[in-house]
Design a protein around this ligand. Structure first.
Ligand code: SAM
Length: 306
C-alpha cells in the first residue's frame, strides 16, 4: 500500500477518497467510467512517490506562465476538489433547469475552464466564475474572448469559501457533497427564489426540488435544482385565525387555527398548503404574504407575521 509522503500527496489521496466515498449508486457507476482520469491521478501520485527529490521540488514550484497551448487534464488537483468538466449537454440542461434568462446574473462556484459561465453568457446572461486555480482563470478568460462573450463572462481567482455570491440569481456548482453542505448556510441566506443547480452532488438533507438526467451522456450526467425558500417559520395572523408554521428547507408543517395543514411547501417565494380541504397558494414578501384559495369558497387571503 502506497503511503502519502507529504501534505500535497496526502491531499490528493483525500480528494480521491472523498470523490469515491461521495458518489451514490448511480453516480458510482458513472464514476467507475472515470477510471482513466483517476488512473492518471494515481499514476501522478505514484510517480511523485517514486520520483527523486528534485522532481518533488519541481512539482511544488509555482506553475509556469500559461501559454496558448495550456491544456488542463481531467482529474488534475484543485484546492478542495479536482477539476473534472461538466459535459456540455449537462451544462445546457443545468441552465434550462434554472430557467436562466438574460435578466439573471449567474455565478459558477469553482468554474474550471469556464464552460458554464461561457454557455450562460452565450444565452445573454451576465455570468461570473470563481476559480482558485489561476491557470484555469486565464484559460477561461481566453475561451470567453474566443467565444465573443468576454464582456458578459468574467472570472476571478478566488476561494469560493471566502467569496460573496449574494448578487447571483443562479448559482451553479460541481464540487463534492461535503463542500455543498459547507456552502449551504450561505446559500440559504440568499434572496428567496435564487436557483441553485449542482452537477451530481446533493446538499445533505435538503431535498432537491427537481433532478434531471441527460441521456446520451457518459458520466456526470445528473443535475439537481434547489430554489432558496423564503423564511416563513413562526406565527402569522391569517384573517381571524393563527397560522403556525414549522419549516425544514422548503417543506412546511403546522396548523391553521386547530386544523393541521397538509402538503405545505415553498417554491422560492411561492407558498402552498391545504387546510380543511381548502388549498392556499400565495407569495411571501418578508413579513406578509397573500394569495388566493381554491377547493372551498374561492377567496383572496393575506397573512401578517405576528
Ligand atoms: C469538478 S470541477 C468543476 C468545474 C466547472 N464548474 C464545471 O462544471 O465544468 C471543480 C473546480 O473547482 C475548483 N476549486 C476547488 N476548490 C476551490 C475553491 N476552494 N475555490 C475555488 N475553486 C475551487 C477546481 O480547481 C476545479 O476547477
Amino acid at each position: 500500500m502506497l503511503q502519502p509522503l507529504d501534505s500535497e500527496l496526502s491531499q490528493r489521496y483525500t480528494l480521491l477518497h472523498s470523490l469515491s466515498a461521495a458518489v451514490n449508486e448511480r453516480e458510482r457507476s458513472e464514476y467507475n467510467t472515470t477510471l482513466p482520469c483517476l488512473a492518471l491521478l494515481v499514476g501522478l501520485t505514484a510517480g511523485l512517490i517514486a520520483a527523486p527529490a528534485p522532481l518533488q521540488a519541481q512539482t511544488a514550484a509555482p506553475a509556469p506562465a500559461q501559454t496558448e497551448s495550456y491544456a488542463p487534464e481531467s482529474g488534475q488537483p484543485g484546492k478542495d476538489v479536482v477539476w473534472v468538466p461538466t459535459p456540455d449537454t449537462l451544462v445546457e440542461r443545468m441552465l434550462d433547469m434554472a430557467k436562466a434568462t438574460p435578466q439573471d446574473f449567474l455565478i459558477d462556484l469553482g468554474s474550471g475552464d469556464g464552460r458554464t459561465v461561457i454557455a450562460a453568457a452565450q444565452r445573454g446572461l451576465k455570468a461570473h466564475g470563481i476559480e482558485y486555480n489561476p491557470e484555469m482563470v486565464t484559460l477561461s478568460q481566453r475561451r470567453a474572448q474566443a467565444a465573443g462573450v468576454a464582456d458578459r463572462a468574467t472570472f476571478v481567482k478566488a476561494d469560493i469559501f471566502e467569496s460573496d455570491f449574494s448578487k447571483a440569481q443562479v448559482i451553479t456548482l460541481f464540487l463534492l457533497p461535503e463542500l455543498n453542505e459547507r456552502l449551504r448556510p450561505q446559500i440559504l441566506e440568499l434572496e428567496p427564489g435564487t436557483r441553485i443547480v449542482s452537477n451530481s452532488f446533493r446538499m445533505g438533507d435538503w431535498e432537491p426540488d427537481r433532478t434531471d438526467r441527460v441521456e446520451g451522456c457518459n458520466q456526470w450526467c445528473t443535475a439537481h435544482l434547489w430554489l432558496v425558500p423564503a423564511k416563513v417559520e413562526g406565527s402569522w395572523r391569517l384573517g381571524e385565525q393563527e397560522l403556525k408554521l414549522a419549516q425544514k428547507y422548503q417543506m412546511l408543517t403546522g396548523t391553521l387555527g386547530t386544523t393541521p395543514i397538509e402538503n405545505g411547501r415553498l417554491d422560492g417565494k411561492q407558498i402552498s398548503f391545504t387546510a380543511g380541504g381548502v388549498a392556499y397558494t400565495g407569495t411571501v414578501a418578508g413579513t406578509s404574504m397573500s394569495g388566493s384559495t381554491s377547493g372551498g369558497s374561492a377567496a383572496n387571503w393575506t397573512a401578517t407575521k405576528s
